[in-house]
Design a protein around this ligand. Structure first.
Ligand code: KG4
Ligand code: ZN
Length: 335
C-alpha cells in the first residue's frame, strides 16, 4: 500500500511516498530555518505563510522523485496534531483537498507517533512492544508502545522539552537557533566535567523529567563568570550541559525499562540525533543486555516519511479521517 504523506507541524514543509510503512520511495523536506534564525526561534506567522508558499512544489517534487502520479497512491496521510496551529492547518487543508479531489482515503497522524515510526523505516525488523524515549523540540515523553497504535505515557517533562533545554542553554552561550545540533558539535571538544549541574528529581514521579533548574543553573553560572570578567569556555560549558541533559534522560529511561520489564528500547525525535545520547544509550544497553534502536540521522528531525510510516499502521487499524478533520495544537499521543 502506497501512502502519500504530508508534514507541516513546525518549520519544515515535507512530503513523502512510503510503501507498507517501511519502504521510502521519496522524501522531500523544505526547511524554513534560515528565515527564523534571525529571530532566535520559530515565528508562527512566518512559518504558516512559508508552508503555503512551499507545499504545492514540495508535494509535486515528492511524487516526481518517487516516479509516481497521484493515481498510483492508495491513501493520503497528514500530521494533524500537535504543533503550531497555523502551520498544521496548511498541511491538513492541502491533504483534505487532495483526498477529496482524488477520492483517496485520508489518515490523520499524531506528530510524535510519526517520530516513533521513523524507527520502522530505519529498522525493518522492529515491531512493538517496546519502550520509547520521545525527545523533540516541543515534547519529551517515555512511552510504552504496546502495538503500532496503542501507547501509554509513563513519564513526561514537567517543564521544558529536552530539545528546548538544549536550545535555550545554547542561546546563553551565543549559539544560533536551533542550538541543539550546534551544542552537540561544540561539546565534542569540551570537558564534560568542567561544570557540575544538578540532576533534579521530580517528587512522586520517578520517570518524569525537569529541565528548568538546569537552564537557570547555566544562566547563573555564565552571569557569575561574566561579572568576574572570566571568559566562559564554550566547549566545556556545552559538554557539561549536554552531559547533564543526557544523564537526566538516560537515568529515567533506564529506570522505566527496569520497572516495566521492557528489554527493547527505542529513541525518537529531533534530540535522538544527539551523539552523546546515542553513545551513552549504546553503552548502557550493552551492559544490561537490552536491545537499542534509533532512527538514521536524516529521519530524526521532522520529515514526512515518518508520517507515511505511521499513517500505514493507522490505516490498518481503521483510523480513517473524513472532511471534518481539523488541526489541533495539542493532542495526547495515547488517544
Ligand atoms: O523533532 P524535532 O525535529 O521537532 C519537533 O517536533 O520539535 O526536534 C527539534 C529539536 C530542536 O530542539 C533541536 O535543537 C533538537 O531537536 N536537536 C538536537 C540535535 N539535533 C536536533 N538536540 C541535541 N543534539 C542534536 N544533535
Ligand atoms: Zn518533530
Amino acid at each position: 500500500m502506497k501512502i502519500f504523506a504530508i508534514e507541516s507541524s513546525c518549520d519544515d514543509t515535507a512530503a513523502a511516498v512510503v510503501e507498507d510503512g517501511r519502504r521510502v520511495h521519496s522524501s522531500v523536506v523544505a526547511s524554513q530555518v534560515f528565515r527564523h534564525v534571525e529571530f532566535g526561534g520559530v515565528v508562527p506567522e512566518i512559518a504558516g505563510r512559508m508552508h503555503c508558499e512551499a507545499i504545492s512544489d514540495v508535494a509535486s517534487e515528492a511524487l516526481a522523485r518517487a516516479g509516481m502520479k497521484i493515481s498510483d497512491i492508495d491513501a493520503i496521510a497528514v500530521t494533524a496534531y500537535p504543533g503550531l496551529i497555523g502551520s498544521l492547518l496548511v498541511g491538513v487543508s492541502f491533504a483534505k483537498g487532495l483526498s477529496l479531489t482524488c477520492g483517496k482515503p485520508l489518515v490523520a497522524v499524531h506528530h510524535l507517533r510519526g517520530h516513533i515510526a521513523a524507527n520502522y523505516i530505519s529498522h525493518s525488523g522492529l515491531e512493538p512492544p517496546f519502550l520509547c524515549l520521545v525527545v523533540s523540540g516541543g515534547h519529551s515523553h517515555i512511552v510504552e508502545v504496546t502495538d503500532y497504535t496503542t501507547m501509554r505515557i509513563i513519564g513526561r517533562t514537567r517543564d521544558d522539552a529536552a530539545g528546548e533545554a538544549f536550545d535555550k542553554t545554547a542561546r546563553t552561550i551565543g549559539l544560533p537557533y536551533p542550538g541543539g545540533v550546534h551544542m552537540d558539535k561544540l561539546a565534542e571538544n569540551g570537558n564534560p566535567d568542567a561544570f557540575k549541574f544538578p540532576v533534579p528529581k521530580v517528587n512522586g514521579s520517578p520517570y518524569d523529567f525537569s529541565f528548568s533548574g538546569l537552564k537557570t543553573a547555566v544562566i547563573n553560572t555564565i552571569h557569575n563568570m561574566q561579572q568576574k570578567g572570566i571568559e566562559v569556555p564554550r566547549e566545556d560549558m556545552a559538554a557539561s550541559v549536554r552531559k547533564s541533559v543526557v544523564n537526566i534522560l538516560t537515568e529515567r529511561f533506564l529506570l522505566a525499562a527496569k520497572d516495566t520489564g521492557q528489554s527493547r528500547l527505542v529513541l525518537a525525535g529531533g534530540v535522538s540525533a544527539n551523539s552523546l545520547l546515542r553513545r551513552r544509550m549504546e553503552e548502557l544497553c550493552r551492559e544490561r543486555g537490552l536491545e537499542l534502536y534509533y532512527p538514521e540521522l536524516s529521519l530524526c528531525g521532522d520529515n514526512a516519511a515518518m508520517i507515511g510510516a505511521q499513517g500505514y499502521y493507522e490505516y490498518l487499524s481503521g483510523n480513517i479521517a473524513d472532511m471534518s478533520l481539523n488541526a489541533r495544537a495539542e493532542a495526547n499521543i495515547e488517544a
